[in-house]
Design a protein around this ligand. Structure first.
Ligand code: AMP
Ligand code: MG
Length: 353
């Protein structure tokens, strides 16, 4: 399949190019597009064949449903069984934006789109290209991240191209994404609501609105699932964000982390292995390794989130054997960053003290 590339101005996308992409969606095709979080791979959410093709293109397991994207909060009504008052509060406050809400689904949702569950995850993105595409397509768009399953999520059209060129109909290139990690997923089908995946909307901001709210134990897990209770979000149990190289995450206070990483890097070097380090602005110069990149300042976790997936891909592209990453604080967007790094490491976590 020949993948069409459509370059647009992210703030004012060319109507003709959006129309071309919308026609592909309406025909049951697959279009990658930028959102404010990461690039999504879209298909008509109400067309089961299109959604099946979406899973196939990504090599995504059929038991892990995509998020359904809408361009208007009113669209939610026909997709869900009910909108709980607390969900309405969150939609009023955080939509459009990086927040996905899980509702009890309505009968119109095809089984494949919800992976056989009785719930559906919905979000209204803020990105002008995403909104224009959904409006022109005149249907809700099912869109998981536009990467091959298991790879770091794409934050540029180039990342999408690397993973999916020849496997999808089109890529809309709207430049690098702003937030860099995926949306926060909150289950509103239970009370109190439960955060299933940390992301672009901070837990702290949600608690301010909801008061009572739970964090699924998996969000901050330091080991494989098993002992952590019921799997509430199918995505929890799948391998994620993994570069080719083994990732090692070093957590602790910054000086202890720096010492530990220097030690680890040295020990890999003597065995002839090529080492990459994901450092921060504050520590970057302390390391000597084959590849050293900074995620940004420890005091600006939004920048760290923005850079995370791109740098995982960039270091991996240098064919290192091991990537040693620094842990950061779990405040704000740090909760999402740490969740992704722990998963990327396959829970290979070293505590520095
Ligand atoms: P992605 O589309 O790749 O950003 O991943 C979507 C995330 O939302 C995955 O972690 C899914 O498991 C999760 N998700 C989608 N639908 C549901 C649902 N009905 N209930 C719980 N989690 C869901
Ligand atoms: Mg994904």
């Amino acid at each position: 399949m020949n993948t069409l590339l459509l370059k647009v101005n992210p703030l004012k996308p060319d109507a003709k190019k959006i129309e071309a992409a919308a026609q592909i969606i309406q025909r049951g095709g697959l279009v990658a597009f930028p959102t404010e979080t990461v690039y999504g791979l879209g298909a008509d959410a109400l067309n089961p064949e299109a959604v099946l093709a979406l899973f196939a293109a990504k090599k995504r397991p059929l038991d892990n449903p995509p998020i359904v994207h809408v361009a208007d909060p009113k669209e939610v009504q026909r997709l869900v069984a009910e909108v709980p008052p607390k969900a309405q509060l969150l939609m009023d406050k955080f939509w459009p934006g990086p927040l996905t809400l899980v509702f009890k689904r309505s009968e119109i949702m095809p089984k494949v789109t919800v992976a056989g569950l009785n719930t559906v995850a919905i979000r209204m993105p803020k990105h002008p290209v995403a909104l224009a595409l959904i409006r022109q397509s005149r249907c809700p768009i099912a869109a998981p991240s536009a990467n091959l399953a298991g790879k770091p999520s794409p934050t540029t059209a180039q990342h999408v191209y690397e993973d999916l060129n020849g496997r999808i109909d089109a890529i809309i290139d709207g430049g690098a994404t702003d937030i860099g990690v995926e949306s926060t997923v909150v289950d509103m089908s239970v009370d109190p609501p439960m955060l299933l995946r940390p992301g672009g909307t901070p837990f702290e901001a949600l608690k301010t609105v909801l008061g009572d709210m739970k964090l699924h134990p998996f969000v901050q897990a330091e080991q494989e699932l098993s002992s952590l209770g019921e799997i509430r979000s199918p995505g929890m149990k799948h391998k994620h964000y993994a570069p080719k190289a083994q990732v090692i995450l070093v957590e602790g206070n910054v000086s202890a982390v720096t010492v530990k990483i220097r030690e680890l890097a040295e020990s890999y070097k003597v065995t002839g292995e090529k080492v990459g380090i994901l450092a921060t602005d504050e520590t970057q110069t302390a390391y000597h390794a084959d590849v050293v990149k900074s995620l940004g300042s420890r005091s600006n976790l939004s920048t760290v989130a923005q850079n995370l997936f791109r740098l995982l891909r960039e270091v991996d592209a240098q064919n290192v054997d091991v990537i040693i990453a620094e842990g950061v604080s779990s405040d704000g967007l740090g909760l999402a960053v740490m969740n992704r790094l722990r998963k990327a490491s396959g829970y290979h976590i070293v505590k520095a003290e």
